[in-house]
Design a binder for this molecule. Structure first.
Ligand SMILES: Nc1ncnc2c1ncn2[C@@H]1O[C@H](COP(=O)(O)OP(=O)(O)O)[C@@H](O)[C@H]1O
Ligand SMILES: [Mg+2]
Length: 270
């Protein structure tokens, strides 16, 4: 059995909850189905507003699905559970806590903030290049550093599943590339499964074992591509024919190949 099974997941936000103007129910997810294995990295691409965040929140048990099945590690998801880490686009750190205490926060909630947890926090800060910043406050860090703290916080309880919702969307290109390689290193060490939402096609392909392209809302899986790139990659991969082929397939599924600007009328020489 697969580690994660999403089967005909459907989510309807009822009109009565959408405010006065809403006349009809909003179908955010429509029979979305896919599976993922332990340690597998799955990238999720899809038009803005198609239901990707909704899907991640359903997998996390943060919101109920309207129908369908969601099974993670052999258990049906019926509410939030301890075995995942969630990283959002905004780092969401507590400004009054230093870096180390932000990373350790989940362990306080879980009543597991012991010496072992502290040792792991230091280890994660080391891996992510944040050693020496344990006592710094979030506002003293760059955006990329804050997102690395957020990643450490998501990993502190050694989850088997990492849910990431456009985590590097606010970072500049170079920082994002560094974060991509860091994330792959961490995935290879922890063997956690990753569901990674991004709007960057290139990032999706570079990171993934499997790329899922979702349709416009209501989201369904329009295309699944196994990249076959293996666990170890380097940035040169982006410039290979195999990479371009997958980028093109994903772009076509998103409906963006063939779109372009209007041909300018040739200037008449004066
Ligand atoms: N709590 C909610 N109540 C009502 N509608 C929602 C709620 N959350 C999301 N939606 C709607 O569901 C659709 C999908 O949203 P979302 O999952 O955030 O899309 P994506 O992450 O792909 O951009 C959008 O039309 C959004 O307005
Ligand atoms: Mg979203």
């Amino acid at each position: 059995m697969a580690f994660g099974i999403i089967e005909n997941a459907r989510k309807v936000f009822p009109a009565r909850d959408l405010g006065k103007g809403a006349k009809q129910d909003l179908v955010a997810l429509d029979d979305a189905s896919f599976t993922f294995e332990e340690g597998e990295f799955v990238s999720l691409l899809g038009p803005s507003g198609c239901g990707k965040t909704t899907l991640l929140r359903i997998v996390a048990g943060l919101i109920p699905r309207t129908s369908g099945n969601v099974i993670v590690a052999g258990r049906e998801v019926t509410g939030p559970y301890g075995d995942y880490g969630f990283v959002f686009q905004a780092p969401g750190l507590m400004p009054w806590r230093n870096v180390l205490d932000n990373v350790l926060f989940p362990m306080e909630v879980l009543h597991r903030n012991d010496a072992k947890a502290k040792a792991r926090a230091h280890q994660l800060l080391e891996i992510t290049g944040l050693a020496g910043f344990e006592k710094a406050r979030p506002h003293q860090l760059s955006g990329g550093m804050q997102q690395r703290v957020s990643l450490c916080r998501a990993l502190i309880h050694e989850p088997k599943l990492l849910l990431m919702d456009e985590p590097f969307g606010a970072l500049d290109e170079l920082t994002r590339i560094e974060m991509n390689d860091l994330l792959l290193t961490i995935r290879n060490e922890t063997r956690a499964s990753v569901l990674f939402v991004t709007h960057s096609i290139s990032e999706a392909v570079y990171l993934a074992d499997k790329v899922l392209v979702f349709s416009r809302r209501p989201a369904r899986v329009a295309l699944q591509i196994e990249t076959g790139f293996g666990p170890v990659r380097n940035q040169g991969l982006r410039f290979t024919p195999a990479f371009s082929t997958i980028e093109r397939q994903a772009s076509e599924a998103l409906g963006i190949v063939g779109i372009g600007h209007e041909q300018a009328s040739p200037k008449v020489a004066a």
